[in-house]
Structure formats: C-alpha cells, structure tokens
Design a protein around this ligand. Structure first.
Ligand code: ATP
Ligand code: MG
Length: 287
C-alpha cells in the first residue's frame, strides 16, 4: 500500500479526524523493524535533493501543521538533517512580527518559498491564519473565511512556477499530547519546551479540530495535497512522511544536468597539466 495514496485528502473531501486512528502503524510492528525502511527513504530523499539542487529547475515546499507536541520538530530533525544545507531551509511561523503584521497574511510565506532547486520546510505556515486566527478570533470571520480561496490561488501560482507542495497534518490523540507534555515536565532536558500556552491551547482542542477539518476539506488540491499522518508513533510518522516525500521527488524524474563542456578536452588541457605541476611543487617542497 502506498501512503501517498492512502493518507491523501481528496479535493473537497470532508475529513472526520476522530475516525482516523492516530496510532495506526499498518503492517509495521515496531520501530526496530521500520528503522531500516525509514533509513532507505531518507537516503532516497538525500539523493533526490542533490538532483533537485543540481538541476535547479523545480523546488519543493513541505508544510508541517499540527497541534502542540505532535512532532513537527522531530520530523525536521529525523528526516532533513542529512540533506545538503545549501539547498534546504526551515522557516518557523511564529506570531507575526510588527513588520509581518503590517502586510497581507501571505507576504511572509511568499518571502520564504523555495527558489528553484531548493527544499523549504514550513514549520507551521500560512495556514495559521485560518487556524489560530480563527480559534482565537484574531480576525473577523468575514476576513479569515476568504483566506481558503486566497491560499488555493497562492499555491496554484507557486505550483505553476515549478514548486511541488506537500502538506502534512500530524494527527495525534489528546491522550498522547498530554503524555508528551508530561515528558516535557519530567525530563529536565525537555523542560524548556513546555509553556502555559500549551495547556491553555489544549482546552481549545475541539475548536482546533473543527478548524483543521475545514482546512483539509477546502485546501487539499491536486497540486498541493494534504496528508493526514497518524503520529502517535513517532517512527510511523517518520516512515510515512519520508515515503511520501521520496515518492513525490521520484515522480519528477530528476536527472543530472547535461555537461556543457567537453570533459576530455578539459581533462587534457587543464587537469593533467595541473596534476603534473602539483607533483612538481610537492617534490620541490619536500626537497
Ligand atoms: P513547539 O511545538 O515546539 O511548541 P511551536 O510551533 O508551537 O513549537 P511556538 O513558538 O511555541 O512554536 O509557537 C508559535 C506560536 O505562534 C503558535 O502558538 C502559533 O499558533 C503562533 N502563530 C503562528 N502564526 C500565527 C499567526 N499568523 N497569528 C497568530 N499566531 C500565530
Ligand atoms: Mg508551542
């Protein structure tokens, strides 16, 4: 079974998140058994990123959205750390700065979209403007309700400019979130991660789920699909996301760019001569 097919939200599909099991692991039994598969996908991703960078023709935008402690940071750490930093970057969407808030809501997203050859990961994204903004009434309904169409148009424009877009909603249960908050409280190394707002946001869980279900229904498109990833098991989350990203990049059919020079000529004209000279310098310095 392909996770790319199974976890994708069809355009216009109404998703009932409570009907999707966040603990799903399919045929995979344990982290130990899944680990080599994840490594294989990560190696494919790294190789494909190299080709994306070398061809510098298209780009990839990965959007990560989730409730607190669902593992956005873990995904970034586990799946993207092996990539060449020259062609990859992460942008974290925090509460908008004064400058950001003075512009339209897509401005900061657009500023950080990938250039050709690049992979950019949005840790949270422009979707916060129909999530936190809606749940906390930070804008009138008449304002945020227009944003779904604006987002679809924006993503269509990016897509027609050569950007592949993959959007992942990391789906955890309320119990799992509480257990992860507890780990953050108990483990001194993780203490810094816990805040008051994690608990106050948790109170708003049903409102967030409602807002997410609308996002999934209204903004999953052929060119920028949403995937609902069962994320109670961190290893399964990594397995599914790495498979989907590697399969998507594979589909592009990236190939090394053609060389524009005559390799034999360059080798004969410069390289062999340089090598000879280097040997002489080496010999002279040893003498
Ligand atoms: P962690 O899961 O590690 O806590 P995080 O993504 O929650 O990471 P924080 O710095 O805790 O990072 O939170 C960023 C906050 O900024 C979130 O509460 C998010 O909802 C908020 N935010 C992002 N975009 C907007 C926006 N457009 N308007 C208002 N708040 C926003
Ligand atoms: Mg947070």
């Amino acid at each position: 079974m392909s996770y790319r097919k199974n976890f994708a939200v069809e355009p216009g599909e109404k998703v009932h998140l409570h009907k999707i099991d966040p603990s799903f692991t399919g045929k995979h039994e344990s982290h130990q058994k899944a680990w080599p598969i994840i490594q294989k996908h990560v190696a494919r991703m790294d190789k494909l990123q190299y080709l994306l960078y070398a061809t510098s023709d298209q780009s990839l935008l990965v959007v990560l959205q989730a409730l607190d402690a669902a593992g956005k940071d873990g995904v970034i750490r586990h799946l993207f750390s092996g990539m060449n930093p020259q062609g990859t970057s992460v942008f974290n969407f925090k509460k908008p700065s004064k400058d950001e808030a003075a512009h339209d809501f897509l401005w900061r997203a657009h500023l950080h979209t990938p250039s050709r050859g690049e992979i950019v990961i949005f840790n949270r994204s422009h979707y916060e403007d129909v999530l936190v903004v809606r749940v906390h009434n930070l804008a009138e309904k008449s304002v945020w309700s227009k944003r779904y169409d604006l987002i679809n148009d924006f993503e269509m424009m990016l897509s027609s400019n050569g950007t592949r877009i993959l959007k992942f909603f990391l789906h955890i249960s309320s119990d799992e979130q509480l257990a992860r908050f507890k780990q953050r409280l108990d483990d001194p190394i993780r203490n810094w991660k816990i805040t008051d707002s994690d608990y106050s946001e948790r109170e708003l869980w049903p409102k967030y789920i409602e807002a997410y279900e609308d996002v999934l229904e209204r903004t999953s498109t052929k060119i920028a699909p949403w995937y609902v990833i069962p994320a109670n098991h961190k290893w399964f989350r990594d397995l599914a996301i790495s498979e989907i990203i590697a399969d998507t990049l594979d589909e592009i059919g990236l190939k090394l760019p053609p060389t524009h020079v005559n390799m034999d000529e360059i080798r004969n004209k410069y390289h062999d001569a340089e090598q000879k000279q280097a040997k002489q310098i080496d010999k002279a310095s040893k003498a």
